[in-house]
Design a protein around this ligand. Structure first.
Ligand SMILES: *[C@@H]1O[C@H](CO)[C@@H](O)[C@H](O)[C@H]1NC(C)=O
Ligand SMILES: *[C@@H]1O[C@H](CO)[C@@H](O)[C@H](O)[C@H]1NC(C)=O
Ligand SMILES: *[C@@H]1O[C@H](CO)[C@@H](O)[C@H](O)[C@H]1NC(C)=O
Ligand SMILES: *[C@@H]1O[C@H](CO)[C@@H](O)[C@H](O)[C@H]1NC(C)=O
Ligand SMILES: *[C@@H]1O[C@H](CO)[C@@H](O)[C@H](O)[C@H]1NC(C)=O
Ligand SMILES: *[C@@H]1O[C@H](CO)[C@@H](O)[C@H](O)[C@H]1NC(C)=O
Ligand SMILES: *[C@@H]1O[C@H](CO)[C@@H](O)[C@H](O)[C@H]1NC(C)=O
Ligand SMILES: *[C@@H]1O[C@H](CO)[C@@H](O)[C@H](O)[C@H]1NC(C)=O
Ligand SMILES: *[C@@H]1O[C@H](CO)[C@@H](O)[C@H](O)[C@H]1NC(C)=O
Length: 759
């Protein structure tokens, strides 16, 4: 049922179409529209579309929950995504009466009936319109000069070719099905224009890339992957600053499509297209964790960080707007359903939550009782915080936002005012609270006594019934590990998978306790994986002694390595290792990984080989740690990638292009680690220091140690690469050998890399 003005400019038919209708004269030749000097040209109407020459992108009117929008989609992908939207604030109510015109004065107009919904600036000369294969919609003068382009006005998606300047920004969608502008934006930060910040409501900055230094942003070195995309920052630290990126040409054809997107929950994310999976692969997301995004859950909303539903209302509160809450917009927050100021109010214990900001003022008091009385006496008071250590309290007035659980308690406990007594410890329930506290104390004494008794018994008998079917793998209770680590106080490291604490067990053996941050899968899967890991024993692998899996807690208990991680010895100012030790570390690490790949029954790809994960025991024997954890975290590699904060220097190129990962990915990371071992330095200094001019490798204006080192090694100048701290006391034959192995391992083509056994 073609309507009179309906135009199908489907580019799959390659024949140029010429059509004449009343005063509307239309010429479409090679996907270009031009105006005559007297009349408007209709470019699209209704569901007609307009494609780029190679059909990579398509312009058309798209329906969303809020109406119809003029949008560009990436249609060469099996699941096209929307990369640009014109009329974000003014959707067309229906498709059939909407049309896109080009006027004789060079203006692009989107109309519905006769109402103009969106327009480009009016010019004085006829222009032609093109949609390029980069996704850029351009208006050109007769001489081919760009008069207007959509790339100057990006929405939430940042494609190769788009430059961000102080005149534009990325702005999130309101929800995943509503393209209207959301509260989050990414823009160059005034007054220096040397970094990007994420803003809430254009006012509150909640994350920053850090300054541009030596070809990297200080806080996100993984953003500027030098071997895939070329980033250029023209005139940084000036009002003329312009930052963009393009795809590096590759030998083997085109790079996978990539994009940055500011998603509706306020995270900036980088994606690459995974051809095999047929979906976008998230490479990284910031800020991480999600709950650091400001304003996400609104007032009295608690951020729980669940990607599909990150917000909940505090107990006793309800969403202000049920519709937007269920459609994925939580910024409206929550409210107290009863009259806001009851005399029988109490306080609910929120535990160790933080709230980042809100329209709040506070008054300090000297005791909790004082604060409670004051708070209940004033209708504007919404809650209080009490620091058990100092005995000081604070009362809050106004509204509180951005509640989130804190992993480490500062000793301050927050209470929110709720109707009807809250946790039963309100001011007018003093007697009751005394009773409660009394009985809790009494119960506590009984419990402690019981625990001590149980412990004594267990000390004699052991936890036979708690052994999983693995020799020597012990099940610990959370309490036990809390005790062993003195309340998780002695932090000795932090990796992508979790935080590591030193602890001492009741038999006075020292252990390292790893608290997993984002365990995937359930209890059963966890136990299965842990028993797999527990079964693997090798002199060059860190031994798992036990684990704890209680409620949401997932902890692993490892033998303790006195000499810490290899990374400690790879800093200029840190301690150094002799060549002998380095050589032993290189060989030992290779043996450990080879065992994982080839000898143990279940072939394990480590996925995160780097100096932080190579530990040294009392004799400086290298032991690989964290093996099996990639699987434990979940089989979704984008999730693993997301946990690999700042370790992109070790990630094999095939990871980024999204093909299936093999053991060769570990070989690549091992090669990168060898280069650091030889050079006695990190491949990427974080933050990159001022020593670049002296010894750094330059690559397209970016500094990255491995290409420079590899070049020298291939030319036979190994001595230039080797750590100057070693002086002459090293076996050059061995150094050369290790260096060549390293170069062999870091080849882009995984088929060319050796297996770990060969190494
Ligand atoms: C456009 O809409 C008409 C009816 O409104 C329909 O017949 C036609 O198939 C649609 N075309 C496309 C490409 O969806
Ligand atoms: C479009 O496709 C042709 C042939 O397939 C190719 O030669 C050309 O490079 C492509 N152009 C772009 C911009 O991708
Ligand atoms: C647009 O025009 C159609 C018919 O021409 C009419 O039925 C409809 O009410 C109009 N819509 C608006 C929003 O003016
Ligand atoms: C655009 O400019 C042309 C020529 O100067 C003028 O006739 C027309 O009214 C202008 N359109 C708008 C919307 O201002
Ligand atoms: C972005 O900047 C680069 C380098 O300054 C320039 O070559 C390119 O044309 C710019 N792109 C756009 C769309 O303006
Ligand atoms: C970033 O650079 C600007 C200008 O050089 C400087 O004033 C500012 O302190 C720097 N910021 C940080 C965090 O180093
Ligand atoms: C946050 O803390 C509350 C109370 O301490 C607890 O009930 C809730 O499960 C925690 N949520 C998360 C996501 O850890
Ligand atoms: C939202 O839904 C809850 C439960 O479904 C209901 O109790 C509440 O009144 C609703 N709130 C609004 C503002 O409609
Ligand atoms: C903050 O709260 C005060 C009163 O508590 C109110 O007068 C003011 O308008 C509020 N400001 C905002 C931005 O909500």
């Amino acid at each position: 049922m073609n309507k009179p003005f309906l135009l199908h400019s489907d580019a799959k038919s390659t024949m140029p179409i010429l059509s004449l209708f009343f005063f509307f004269f239309l010429l479409m030749l090679q996907h270009t529209f031009s105006t005559t000097s007297t009349s408007n040209t209709i470019i699209l109407q209704g569901n007609a579309t307009f494609q780029s020459p190679n059909a990579t992108f398509q312009l058309g009117l798209l329906g969303f929950s809020t109406g119809f929008y003029l949008a560009i989609r990436h249609t060469s992908l099996p699941t096209p995504n929307t990369v640009w939207v014109a009329n974000r604030r003014t959707p067309a109510p229906s498709l059939s009466s909407a049309a896109l015109h080009l006027t004789p004065s060079g203006q692009l107009l989107l109309t519905h009936n006769s109402t103009v919904l969106w327009a480009t600036p009016n010019r004085t000369e006829p222009l032609s319109l093109k949609l390029l294969d980069s996704g850029n919609l351009v208006l050109l003068t007769r001489r081919g000069v760009v008069s207007w382009q959509s790339f100057d006005h990006p929405t939430d998606t940042w494609l190769p070719g788009i430059n961000l300047t102080r005149f534009n920004s990325l702005t999130s969608w309101r929800t995943s099905s509503d393209p209207s502008p959301g509260p989050y934006s990414l823009r160059l930060t005034p007054p220096h224009y040397g970094q990007f910040d994420l803003f809430f409501n254009d006012a509150v900055s909640y994350w920053s890339t850090g300054n541009w230094t030596n070809g990297n942003f200080v806080n996100v070195p993984e953003m500027t992957i030098p071997y895939l995309y070329s980033f250029h920052f023209a005139n940084p630290f000036s009002p003329a600053a312009s930052f963009g990126f393009s795809e590096q040409p590759s030998d083997s054809g085109l790079r996978p499509p990539t994009m940055f997107r500011l998603d509706p929950f306020g995270q900036i994310r980088q994606y690459t297209w995974n051809d095999q999976a047929g979906s976008w692969n998230m490479f990284w997301a910031k800020p991480d964790p999600l709950c650091l995004v400001r304003g996400l859950c609104g007032t009295f909303g608690l951020c729980v960080g669940e990607p599909s539903k990150p917000c909940e209302c505090l107990a006793g509160f309800l969403p202000r707007d049920n519709r937007s809450w269920s459609s994925g917009d939580y910024t409206g927050g929550c409210y107290r359903p009863d009259a806001e100021c009851g005399t029988s109010d109490g306080f609910r214990d929120l535990g160790a939550v933080g709230f980042e900001f809100g329209n709040v003022s506070f008054v300090k008091g000297k005791s909790r009782r004082f604060c409670e009385r004051e708070c209940l006496g004033s209708c504007g008071c919404v809650g209080l915080a009490f620091d058990e250590g100092s005995g000081l309290c604070k009362n809050f007035y106004g509204s509180l936002s951005d509640f989130r659980n804190l992993s480490s308690s500062s000793g301050e406990v927050s209470y929110v005012r709720v109707p009807g007594g809250g946790s039963g410890r309100g001011f007018d329930r003093r007697v009751l609270s005394a009773v409660v506290i009394g009985s809790v104390a009494a119960f506590g004494v009984v419990l402690v006594t019981l625990l001590v008794l149980v412990k004594k018994r267990c000390g004699r008998r052991g936890f036979e019934e708690d052994f999983v079917p693995v020799l020597n793998l012990k099940v610990f209770s959370y309490k036990e590990l809390q005790l062993a680590t003195r309340g998780f106080s002695e932090k000795v490291g932090h990796g992508g998978f979790g935080t590591v604490f030193q602890g001492e067990l009741s038999d006075s053996s020292v252990v390292a306790v790893k608290r997993l941050e984002r365990p995937g899968g359930g209890e059963k899967e966890f136990r299965a994986e842990v028993s797999t890991i527990g079964n693997i024993q090798h002199v060059n692998l860190v031994r798992l002694r036990g684990f704890c899996s209680e409620n949401s807690h997932r902890l692993l208990v490892y033998e303790y390595m006195q000499n810490g991680a290899l990374s400690v010895y790879l800093r200029k100012e840190g301690p150094s290792l002799s060549w002998d030790v380095r050589f032993r570390v290189a060989v030992g690490t290779a043996k450990g990984i080879a065992y994982l790949h080839e000898e143990c029954r279940c072939c394990i790809i480590h996925c995160d080989i780097k100096p932080e994960n190579i530990l040294l025991d009392g004799d400086f024997t290298a032991k690989v740690s964290d093996f099996g954890l990639a699987k434990l975290i979940g089989r979704d590699f984008s999730r693993v990638l997301a946990t690999m904060r700042g370790t992109w220097g070790y990630v094999a190129p095939e990871w980024i292009s999204g093909v299936a990962i093999t053991t060769k990915a570990d070989v690549y990371s091992y090669g990168m680690t060898l280069l650091e071992l030889i050079g006695g330095r990190r491949n990427v200094e974080r933050p990159p220091s001022a020593e670049v001019g002296e010894s750094g490798g330059e690559m397209g204006g970016k500094w990255f140690f491995p290409p420079w080192a590899a070049q020298r090694i291939i030319e036979g100048n190994v001595s230039e690469v080797v750590d100057k701290r070693l002086g002459d006391v090293c076996n050059m034959e061995e150094v050369k050998r290790v260096a060549l192995v390293a170069v062999w391992c870091i080849q882009d083509d995984e088929a060319m890399r050796p297996t770990m056994g060969m190494v």
